[in-house]
Write a protein that binds this ligand. Structure first.
Ligand code: HEC
Length: 177
């Protein structure tokens, strides 16, 4: 190094220092454990299972309400029992997935108990007894329960009634035991 000018010597020393520094940094970098993946990236997706909206549940329940009438009218008690059970399940699921809703005042399970429980039980008894007159009364009371809840929640324009015609041409409602 004696041939080098003082400036060159300084530069060489600086370069060597810099190099070792870089290598150390590099070694440190390699030795570092792989950082854990942040939880928001690594975690399994949140529960994104699809639950139908309140209106979708209602449309489905309404279809069963419709079919229930034709099953009872034909004294097809087995089918009537089935449709009533489907209404029951639909209302229970609705209350489970939407215990509250911005369009509904109060708790939905409570409203179901207030408006639907008694007429559903009454209709079930009529079906089990195969009593056509009691079935009609029970059915009308279910319908009144649907409408009372609609009215109580500013959906009074949504009027449910006894069906006037049967659109389910691909399903037989005949009582064929
Ligand atoms: C908790 C009170 C409540 C009860 C009980 C209830 N509904 Fe509803 N219903 C609603 C509300 C609130 C809506 C509006 C939902 C929306 O648009 O998100 C609705 C909407 C509907 C709709 C409109 C859906 C559409 O797409 O046209 C139908 C049909 C319907 N209900 C039928 C029924 C029938 C049939 C019953 C009885 C078996 C019933 N509802 C009982 C509160 C109720």
């Amino acid at each position: 190094m004696s041939n080098y000018s003082p400036l060159k010597k300084l530069l060489l020393i600086a370069a060597v220092l810099c190099e070792t520094q870089l290598l150390t940094a590099c070694a440190e970098h390699i030795a570092q454990p792989v950082k854990a993946i942040p939880p928001q990236i690594s975690a399994a997706p949140q529960n994104t299972a699809y639950a139908p909206g309140l209106g979708e549940f209602m449309a489905q329940i309404s279809t069963r309400h419709h079919k229930l009438w034709y099953a009872g009218k034909a004294k097809n008690w087995q089918l009537a029992d089935y449709e009533l059970e489907e209404i029951h399940e639909g209302l229970d699921d609705l209350a489970k997935y939407h215990p509250t809703h911005d369009k509904v005042k109060g708790s939905i399970p409570d409203l179901m108990a207030t408006y639907m429980k008694a007429p559903l039980a009454q209709t079930e008894t009529a079906i089990k007894a195969k009593n056509a007159a009691d079935f009609r009364t029970g059915y009308d009371n279910i319908t009144a329960g649907c409408n009372s809840c609609h009215q109580a929640n500013d959906f009074g324009f949504n009027v449910i009634q006894r069906p006037v015609s049967n659109p389910f041409a691909n399903q037989s409602f005949k009582n064929t035991p």
